[in-house]
Design a protein. Structure first.
Lengths: 199, 225
């Protein structure tokens, strides 16, 4: 779904006096955030279109289940909509959204007890729909599958540290674990991934 | 110097690749690696893993468009939870006036809810004031900086009480505060276009005042949990 789809969904009515969609699509993030914070759904949709790929990738890798990742992505954006009025703009919207998404995913994993209960097979994550992207090398998909097959805690720490660039202290704070635990889980994840990729 | 085992090397492989080991420790690992083909193989695999990780796409499109469901939930939240929509075609000053009305409604709804809680918990304590009891002097109200400071302090105090309030109370209070926050931002936007509009200024002060009143009521609630 790209820009064309947005335009077709929300064609501006020249007689209504409403803000044309092209304005939302061309506006920078801070002005979209300001408008969305005052209830402008079109501005928020533009922010969604810009950031959904990154948010979904994060959810998908952290939870290892495609349909759950869709639910968590939705939840993250609904939560963002609710919290936008209190977003002070100290960081970029993308950074704020990223942190909010991490909290949504970790909160879900904690509340549902999924840390100990892996439900999805790796194949569910990187099935034909995603692997069909023409420009993705095969070994990338292999790595995605291997990440999805990791135990929950190891996967969360690996994604946050090695993919997203968080420090162990930040992960410990976000996930409610000791720094040493975060390091141990990362080592475990890397070792399992090396095995998976070498096999 | 003690001899490293393969397990010791496995534990430090990541730090070795990151260049995060002390020189002496790195040298020690180097000696082990020089004589251990299995660990060299692991080291190579670790480097390949890092390269593959760096090559992961930062963005993955979901298989379907999630926006319609998100939009539905946003709209449902507005109706069910008492949010107020902003017709986009209205001029900015009319939007600000509508926002001011939304503030009054949101504040009234929450105040009524909180007064009900108070009556249930403390029959004598708060029989329901006839108007807003801000506890804030008029002098404080005319100074914007003080208003926001008071508001932020009360917000922090409310956040501290989160565990003492029931989820329902928390939801009613915070969602209506969000309505007021949106309204305040809407009024501020209108003020940017019409900075000398006294009515808008009055709306803004009134909105702050009602929000502070709400926060004070909420922070004074008896613990529910």
């Amino acid at each position: 779904m790209g820009v064309e789809a947005v335009v077709s969904l929300r064609s501006p009515d020249p007689l209504s006096g409403s803000r044309p969609v092209t304005t939302a699509l061309e506006a920078d993030d801070p002005s979209l955030v300001r408008r969305a914070a005052t209830g402008d759904v079109e501005a928020f949709e533009a922010l969604y279109r810009r950031s959904v790929g990154r948010v979904f990738a994060l959810c998908l890798r952290m939870c290892g289940n495609r349909s759950l990742a869709e639910d968590l992505t939705q939840e993250a954006f609904v939560r963002a909509w609710q919290k936008l009025p209190s977003f002070r703009g100290d960081s970029a919207f993308a950074t704020w959204m990223h942190r909010l998404t991490v909290n949504v995913v970790l909160g879900h994993m904690r509340s549902s007890g999924r840390r100990q209960d892996r439900e999805s097979a790796a194949g569910e994550l990187w099935g034909p729909a995603e692997s069909g992207h023409g420009d993705r090398p095969g070994d990338t998909v292999d790595l995605e599958r291997a990440i999805a097959a990791l135990p929950n805690r190891a996967r969360e720490v690996f994604v946050l540290h090695d993919v997203e660039g968080y420090k162990h202290a930040e992960i410990a704070d976000l996930a409610g674990m000791a720094v040493g635990t975060s390091k141990a889980q990362l080592n475990r994840a890397r070792r399992l991934l090396r095995r998976a990729l070498m096999s | 110097m003690s001899t490293l085992t393969c397990d010791d090397v496995m534990e430090r492989l990541g730090e070795l690749v990151d260049g995060a080991l002390e020189e002496a420790e790195a040298a020690s690992l180097g000696r082990h690696l020089a004589s251990c083909a299995a660990c060299r193989h692991e080291l190579e695999a670790e480097r390949e893993l890092r390269a593959a990780t760096r090559a992961l796409p930062g963005s993955v499109a979901p298989a379907r468009d999630l926006w319609p469901d998100i939009a539905d939930r946003i709209e449902a939240g507005r109706v069910v939870r008492g949010r107020f929509g902003w017709p986009p075609a209205l001029p900015v000053r009319r939007l600000a006036t509508a926002a001011a009305a939304a503030v009054v409604l949101a504040a009234a709804v929450t105040a009524a809810y909180l007064a009900g809680l108070n009556r249930a918990a403390l029959p004598v304590a708060d029989a329901g004031p006839s108007g807003p009891q801000t506890g804030v002097t008029p002098a404080q109200l005319v100074i914007g900086g003080d208003l926001t400071t008071i508001r932020n302090d009360l917000r922090a105090r409310l956040e501290e009480r989160r565990d003492e309030l029931s989820p329902e109370t928390w939801s009613v209070v915070t969602e209506n505060l969000e309505v007021i926050d949106r309204a305040i931002q809407r009024i501020q936007l209108a003020l940017e276009e019409h900075p000398y509009d006294n009515r808008l200024n009055s709306h803004l002060v009134a909105a702050y005042r009602l929000e502070i009143d709400l926060l004070q009521r909420a922070t004074r609630l008896p613990a529910e949990i």
